[in-house]
Design a protein. Structure first.
Length: 135
């Protein structure tokens, strides 16, 4: 179904927390709609996934990683790359998984795309974050 395909498209944008191994869909939809539309991530499809209680989205302010103690570094993984992000507040896009979405994500086969890492790193650098990638 189209909803299944939409969810699978979303999985391509997931980065893993290097410590907790939690997956985060990093999608800056509000600012980069055309880019994400090209990957099959559209407002209509996001709305359908929200109606299915798999995601929630905030197209106004978006979401940020919670600051852990006084640490200003977040370590994420995408495929075989480790990404260190240094900033006081690190934006993580407009979409979050619900509990049901996390559960489904953990059982589906993951897809990756080489351009996604580049797109996401470019966006974080645009925000002025210090990014280090272990290749």
């Amino acid at each position: 179904s189209q909803d299944a395909e939409s969810f699978m498209n979303l999985t391509r944008f997931c980065f893993y927390d290097a410590v907790s191994n939690k997956a985060y869909p990093i999608i800056f939809y509000k600012e980069e709609q055309k880019t994400y539309n090209a990957f099959g991530i559209t407002f209509e499809r996001l709305s359908n996934l929200e109606e299915l209680s798999l995601i929630r989205y905030d197209l106004l302010d978006g979401y940020s990683f919670k600051k852990e103690h006084s640490n200003t570094k977040k370590i994420l993984r995408y495929t075989n790359h480790q990404i260190e992000i240094y900033a006081d507040k690190i934006k993580c896009g407009n979409i979050q998984f619900t509990k049901d979405g996390e559960t489904l994500f953990n059982i589906v086969q993951k897809r990756n795309h080489s351009q996604i890492l580049e797109i996401t790193i470019a966006k974080w650098r645009e925000y002025g974050y210090d990014i280090r990638i272990d290749k």
